[in-house]
Design a protein around this ligand. Sequence first.
Ligand SMILES: NC(=O)c1ccc[n+]([C@@H]2O[C@H](COP(=O)([O-])OP(=O)(O)OC[C@H]3O[C@@H](n4cnc5c(N)ncnc54)[C@H](O)[C@@H]3O)[C@@H](O)[C@H]2O)c1
Ligand SMILES: [Fe+2]
Length: 405
Amino acid sequence: MWLVKKFFIRILSKFIGFMMRRIKLPEPELISGPGSLNQLPALVQSKGVRSVLLVSDKGISGIGLIDPLVEALDKVGIDCTVYDDVQSNPTIANIESGVEIYRANKCDGIIAFGGGSPMDCAKVINARIGNPKKTALQMQGGMKVSGPLSPLFAVPTTAGTGSECSLGAMVSNPESHEKFGVASPYLVPTCAVLDAELMIGLPPHITSSTGMDALTHAVESYIGSWASDYTNLHAEQAVEIILRDLEATYRDGTDVDRRQNLAMASHHAGLAFTRAMVGYVHAISHNLGGLYGVPHGLANAVILPLVLDFCRQDCEAQLAKLAVIGGLGRRNEPIKTLSLRFIDKVREMNRNMDIPTGIAQLQASDIPNLAKRALAEAHPQYPVPRLMKHSECEAILQKLLTIRG
Ligand SMILES: NC(=O)c1ccc[n+]([C@@H]2O[C@H](COP(=O)([O-])OP(=O)(O)OC[C@H]3O[C@@H](n4cnc5c(N)ncnc54)[C@H](O)[C@@H]3O)[C@@H](O)[C@H]2O)c1
Ligand SMILES: [Fe+2]
């Protein structure tokens, strides 16, 4: 039975991968470097936008991070309405509030300012504006959004999700306690601004977990079967930077050059995974986020070494290459040794950045359902190196009940 199921999952996954390669994915116009946010008002103006909705969250507006931009937009005569009620793991209600405010203020463009939560929320607000007859839930899955949409300018303040260049957005449905994805080339933002000065005050625990999210994007895209030369190049650059700079930035977040490198690493990883997809780490993590609100990056960091243990033998060569790129060994060493060293490094990074080994909110009684939902999310659209049975997914979740650190 499992063999038959495996066969069909693989065939379907190949088919989706084949179709994906045929879709020309846009890339956002990129402005990058410390202080680059100063260029955004002129850029917004150049796209003919006169009234912008700025989507953010209270954590960001509370520390005054958006104030200089709001002033600068005002100076060039662009009306700016701030919607800063986005929750972490943004909800359908967050999107609907944003849509109402956009319409009430006759906006014609959106600035997404924040981590993945405001960026994803802004992307789906934009999709709802352009597709008024469809609810966010009806856009679930791939290619349900028609376009073109209004200009969307993404300003990531975590390094992180890569949402500023990805075709997807994750939305929480508090009714079903599930997270669902909306994916369409029209969701790729028009422009992305990577300004590390906005990330200097990012607290250490968010620096570490969001950095491990970016690492997970790079690794999962690299070991999956949809990887291409293009995605591998971006994933490799991301891994090199993250292994070199993340722990140091966790300890001291004030080095703007390191922060800028990490912002770029997150962007590289975003360009990789939006084409080559993610894997079981994300499938499990999204479901822990939907059920308990576990922060996305934290869940990924905790799950990554466990999923790599599970599939190591089926992606040994790729993990070995990443180990060499990350400076963990030499090319002529046995690939088994190098691949194991790469997984050890992920565990060491987690330990050094005080990331626990389990998920505090996880209830043993929820494990069967979580495994079911995670595998339903992964099969067939995540091109993983080794397919996971329900019992194997449950076994990984069982390990998350034991928390050290
Ligand atoms: N669309 C995609 O391609 C994609 C990829 C990965 C994850 N995601 C989604 O992104 C969301 C997670 O995003 P995230 O990890 O960036 O976290 P987040 O956006 O939820 O932010 C986490 C916290 O960090 C704070 N914060 C953000 N930037 C800050 C700064 N510069 N200084 C101080 N505080 C700051 C926020 O106020 C918030 O409290 C999840 O919903 C996840 O599913 C989307
Ligand atoms: Fe992610």
